[in-house]
Design a protein around this ligand. Structure first.
Ligand SMILES: *[C@@H]1O[C@H](CO)[C@@H](O)[C@H](O)[C@H]1NC(C)=O
Ligand SMILES: *[C@@H]1O[C@H](CO)[C@@H](O)[C@H](O)[C@H]1NC(C)=O
Ligand SMILES: *[C@@H]1O[C@H](CO)[C@@H](O)[C@H](O)[C@H]1NC(C)=O
Ligand SMILES: *[C@@H]1O[C@H](CO)[C@@H](O)[C@H](O)[C@H]1NC(C)=O
Length: 581
């Protein structure tokens, strides 16, 4: 296994390095991983199977497992996991883990499970019938072992390769008829549509659940993607989704059963009136999708504070409320144009990341795919939402990945109680948190894993836990500082604007200011930006989210160690006052 991986990396490097240095940067973590198998850069593997504890997904030991997934597409016309003509599957699986994801939402078309002549078609034949001869040559070069395998076996091989790399898999029944999804009239939208016979669907779910029973890294099944269209209604939703859930659970009691809402998986509001009635407990998860285009061009055409406020309220009403009712809510699709030029997407993403951090949600990014064999009639279509580039070699936008990384680890949940409940101050635009490198430096943005522990008091002060220090506004455009007299108006931070993401205080001259960052990521105060009406300005540098956390800072950990070595009885308060640590 090790040697095989090494060989693949070598082959890959020779081809790849020819045209790009970035390629090497992308490969670097894989090379390190493969050459030093004893070091473990990835999150420790969970103790599977998974189940639920109130709104959390937990492992066998009861510890929270935060699902930080990426969608890998295998439901299009060819019914082969995308990218296998560009890279060995093990390189892609390892790359997914190296990018910090612990799971893949792996899509499949229903007919792969119910149509034997489709399932037994070889990979080569599947591409041949579509005229995709270049893809055949690519698979031959990168994944020769699957070229003459039946489609269903190739699908199983990819699941196995993800398992070898400690990546969990959610099997997502994305559509019935292989092809790009979704529209209201594509015949795949709701029970009773042309390609969506409920009995065939139950048969297919049962087959897949059975096939992967005993494959430990398959931890969940999404029963059906984005229910929609003129036939959709609530009573049929209960009738068939409950039936589907029971079928999956009886065929494979290990997997989480994940249910999509109506209207393209935007609407689960009906659950507040009528709970799902199932014979089993501890396995039910709801999924929701949220993109920038979900609200048309609202973000680009409106004031971002107002749009964020409205859309988040709507999300809470239609799906977010489930968390309070004790159900896990898994955002199984979100994504943006990673070229960075889509204003609608950019504004939405800042709001989304704040919401996802605040609720510490499980999620799956759309998508890892850099390009598709064939999508909607276009050969080799470039996926601008894809984490990998067209050639599946480079990372399309590494700064985006950096930004996502704070959300890849849990902030809290069962078994994550490393320290007392506190706040971290998260900045969605950068994916960083407010901290300081040392007492001599001003506050700045840095990795959330090194965040200070803040408390937000009833008087709206933001103080450093375990010290007498609180955040204070100084002069306009100057760094915010830490002080010890925390009763004045410059120490009060109100959460303002419709987005509820501005932290506002009074500067020394009495003017209202907002927390912001300067070009070197130092925390400063500036006039509050575009609180309402203005549609052209972007407030995102001033958007912060106070996020509940029980994670101890990697900085705090070393402090605790130091404290226990240097036993300083009686001096506690003095140390706290000067906050030398
Ligand atoms: C089953 O799949 C084969 C191969 O793709 C296709 O030709 C056939 O029409 C499918 N049958 C049904 C009933 O969908
Ligand atoms: C739901 O849709 C089905 C199929 O269109 C229909 O037969 C049924 O009457 C609908 N039920 C309700 C309550 O609208
Ligand atoms: C729940 O389902 C069970 C078994 O199908 C049924 O007996 C029971 O009446 C249902 N309960 C409700 C509240 O619908
Ligand atoms: C990555 O995204 C950022 C903004 O989100 C953008 O400014 C940048 O140009 C993008 N980089 C690439 C290589 O597309």
């Amino acid at each position: 296994m090790q040697n095989q991986s090494k060989d693949m990396i070598m082959i890959f490097m020779r081809r790849c390095l020819g045209f790009s240095l970035l390629c090497f940067l992308f490969l670097y973590p894989f090379i390190i991983t493969i050459l030093t198998p004893q070091t473990k850069p990835h999150a420790a593997a969970a103790d599977l199977p998974l189940s639920t504890n109130s709104r959390w997904v937990v492992d066998e030991s009861g510890r929270r497992v935060k699902l930080a997934c990426v969608n890998w597409v295998s439901h299009l016309d060819a019914v082969v996991a995308e990218g296998l003509s560009k890279q060995p599957m093990d390189v892609i699986s390892n790359g997914i883990a190296s990018m910090g994801f612990n799971c893949v939402r792996f899509t499949w078309p229903l007919f792969l499970a119910t149509n034997d002549s489709l399932a037994s078609l070889t990979v080569r034949k599947s591409f041949q019938r579509l005229g995709l001869f270049e893809s055949i040559a690519g698979i031959q070069a990168n994944n020769p072992s699957i070229i003459d395998l039946p489609l269903i076996k190739a699908f199983q091989m990819v699941v196995g390769s993800l398992g070898d790399n400690n990546v969990m898999v959610i099997l997502d029944n994305h559509i019935s008829n292989p092809g790009w999804c979704c529209s209201n009239y594509d015949g795949n939208g709701f029970f009773g549509d042309k390609y969506f016979n409920p009995d065939v669907w139950i048969t297919g779910l049962t087959k897949m659940a059975t096939l992967f029973n005993g494959v430990t890294n398959v931890v969940g099944m999404s029963l059906r993607n984005e229910l929609r269209g003129p036939r959709q209604n609530v009573s049929d939703w209960y009738r068939y989704m409950q039936k589907g859930a029971e079928a999956v659970h009886s065929a494979n009691p290990n997997v989480l059963v994940i249910l999509s809402g109506l209207s393209y998986d935007k609407d689960l509001s009906f659950i507040s009136n009528q709970p799902v009635n199932l014979s089993f407990t501890g396995k039910l998860v709801f999924e929701v999708h949220w993109y920038g285009f979900t609200d048309g061009q609202a973000w680009a055409e409106g004031n971002p504070n107002q749009v964020c406020g409205n859309v988040v309220n709507n999300m809470m009403r239609t799906s977010g409320f489930l968390l309070d009712q004790g159900w896990p809510l898994f955002v199984t699709e979100f994504g943006v144009d990673l070229r960075g030029g889509n204003v609608n997407d950019n504004r939405y993403l800042n709001c989304f990341l704040g919401w996802a951090a605040e609720h510490d949600l499980d999620w799956a990014y759309w998508t890892v795919v850099g390009s598709y064999y064939l999508r909607e009639g276009v050969v080799g279509l470039n996926e601008y939402y894809g984490l990998l580039n067209w050639n599946w070699c480079d990372i399309r936008n590494s700064s985006f990945l950096q930004r996502l990384s704070a959300l890849q680890s849990p902030f809290r949940g069962p078994g994550i109680e490393e320290t007392n409940l506190h706040k971290v101050i998260f900045h969605p635009l950068t994916g960083l948190c407010v901290l300081r490198k040392s007492i001599f430096d001003p506050l700045r943005l840095g990795p959330c894993s090194e965040s200070e522990a803040w408390s937000y008091t009833a008087q709206n002060t933001l103080s450093l836990k375990g010290t007498y220090l609180c955040l204070q506004a100084d002069c306009l455009q100057k760094p915010a500082r830490l002080g010890i007299i925390c009763t004045d108006s410059d120490s009060r931070w109100d959460i303002i604007s419709d987005s509820k993401m501005h932290l506002s205080s009074k500067a020394s001259n009495g003017s209202t200011v907002c927390l912001d960052v300067d070009s070197s990521n130092t925390i400063v105060t500036k006039p509050c930006k575009c609180l309402n009406k203005d549609k052209t300005c972007d407030p995102a540098s001033q958007w912060f989210k106070l996020v509940d956390s029980t994670k101890s800072s990697t900085k705090t950990k070393s402090i605790i160690q130091f404290n226990s070595i240097s036993n300083l009885p009686g001096k506690d308060n003095l140390w706290k006052l000067f906050d030398l640590f």
